[in-house]
Design a protein around this ligand. Structure first.
Ligand code: COA
Length: 197
């Protein structure tokens, strides 16, 4: 049995941001992100607002006592979030199986870190700040010894973020039903060495 983390432990702080679990109330942010063709260019086809609303109850599900799922990042002092970010299992085919997310157990498969930022927030280091904090959470609050990330091979901006966070490219592999996805990996050992070294 996995001890659930108290809600306060799922509120992650960085220098400029609060990062807290996604709730149904974040439907506007989710719509703004998932329906924006610029944001979704390297991710998937943009969704419709109706589809986002329908999905919300499912995608707010969390696993392993709250440790895996989607978070929302907001500027300190702001009420609304500007980004979503994830620690979720990488699907090799299809998409994340939100039905299988279970508070009582660790999800199957590799866990990836990911993020979507509103267009006006790009280029200010926020994705790097978010990614680094989620990696810290993953290695301090879960039993993971490795976190992965997947990107479109052309998504250089996201790859720069991952590399700044210490993640290393391991080439093209299958994910989300595509064969040529760029994978990145970071071991707990490398993460610890970077912090102390
Ligand atoms: C990818 C994304 C999260 C990056 O967010 P961001 O806040 O702009 O990222 P950061 O500012 O932390 O870092 C971006 C880095 O990419 C670099 N960069 C920007 N454009 C680049 C390009 N075309 N090629 C290579 N590097 C690029 C920046 O210089 C910066 O590095 P630096 O700080 O060393 O200068 C954001 O653009 C986004 O939400 N995109 C849409 C969703 C998405 O693609 N998510 C990732 C799915 S895998």
């Amino acid at each position: 049995m996995i001890a659930p983390l108290p809600q306060a432990s799922l509120m992650l702080e960085t220098k400029r941001l609060w990062i807290s679990p996604l709730t149904i109330d974040d439907v506007e942010l989710s719509t703004a992100l998932l329906c924006d063709p610029d944001v979704m260019k390297y991710v998937s086809d943009p969704m419709t607002p109706d589809a986002v609303r329908q999905e919300m109850p499912l995608v707010t599900r969390r696993a392993a006592g709250g440790r895996f799922g989607i978070w929302v990042a907001r500027h300190k002092g702001a009420a609304e979030g500007f980004a979503t970010c994830v620690l979720t299992p990488v699907p090799i085919d299809d998409d994340v199986d939100w039905d299988a997310m279970d508070m009582a157990r660790y999800p199957d498969g590799q866990i990836e870190v990911g993020y979507l930022l509103r267009r006006e927030a790009w280029g200010q280091g926020f994705a790097t700040e978010i990614c680094a904090r989620l990696l810290q959470f993953a290695f301090e609050q879960t039993r993971l010894t490795q976190v992965v990330a997947t990107t479109d091979p052309d998504n250089r901006r996201s790859q720069a973020v991952l590399e700044k966070c210490g993640m290393q490219p391991i080439g093209l592999r299958r994910a989300y039903g595509w064969d040529d996805v760029s994978w990145f990996v970071l071991s707990k050992e490398r993460w610890q060495n970077r912090r102390t070294g």
